[in-house]
Write a protein that binds this ligand. Sequence first.
Ligand SMILES: NC(=O)c1ccc[n+]([C@@H]2O[C@H](COP(=O)([O-])OP(=O)(O)OC[C@H]3O[C@@H](n4cnc5c(N)ncnc54)[C@H](OP(=O)(O)O)[C@@H]3O)[C@@H](O)[C@H]2O)c1
Length: 242
Amino acid sequence: MLLQGRTAVVTGGTRGLGRAVARAMADAGAVVVAAARDVPEEPPDGDRRIVAVEADVTVPGSVEALMKTVGARYGGPHIVVANAGISRPGPVAGLSYEHWDAVVGTNLTGVFHTVRAAVPYLRDVVDGRIITVSSILGRRAVPGAAAYCASKAAVERFTEVCALELAADGITVNCLAPGFIDEGQGRALMADERLWPRLSAGLAAGRPGTGAEVGAAAVFLASAQSGYVNGAVLPVDGAVRW
Ligand SMILES: NC(=O)c1ccc[n+]([C@@H]2O[C@H](COP(=O)([O-])OP(=O)(O)OC[C@H]3O[C@@H](n4cnc5c(N)ncnc54)[C@H](OP(=O)(O)O)[C@@H]3O)[C@@H](O)[C@H]2O)c1
């Protein structure tokens, strides 16, 4: 129970990879708040250890209200996972301004809003933890993913700066860089009969990752075990050859 007594906020924790991270943190003993725009009436997966709270990471006041609510109801937060992210594929020449703004506004600016709103609370607890989520596409270029790749590369640099600035407050800031995972957007890619054979050919592990494997890495970064790991970008991709 590495996270016993800790409160974790996972943005985008209602579905896909975020839900897998939320579940892993609940399994490790944390009280987990999954934040998203559409909050199911039933807890994610019927898992009553995970509480869903409505928040939109593109709206600063919404994330500030989220942190305030979590602090008042559950204490902390001690752990904040800035996971909410979207993808709007398309070649640069035809990419709409709306799609560019939506991707950068959620994946990069949304992470900034989340971290900014969380810092005052994390400063008040012992061993505050921030985990951002980039992607294998933060380091590798793929045609048709300009906005996504750019936003994820920027999240990695943002993470490193935050780590330097917040270390003196006892807060670590690390980034998970998942490869192709059998959850959420990754699962949707696997259903693409044109793309998936090409992408999967590069997977050294011979298979996509699981949500539990990303969840385990998140628990490590959230726990006391990772106390001297700061500013790291941790790939969880099984090694990829392209
Ligand atoms: N799955 C993969 O293979 C993979 C690989 C690498 C990286 N990633 C990254 O992992 C993260 C999660 O991806 P996923 O595959 O799980 O995606 P997903 O299944 O589409 O889930 C996205 C989650 O983010 C929430 N969200 C989206 N926009 C939001 C906003 N403005 N405010 C608050 N919540 C918002 C969604 O809920 P609402 O729509 O209700 O708000 C949902 O809970 C993303 O950052 C993604 O880039 C995923």
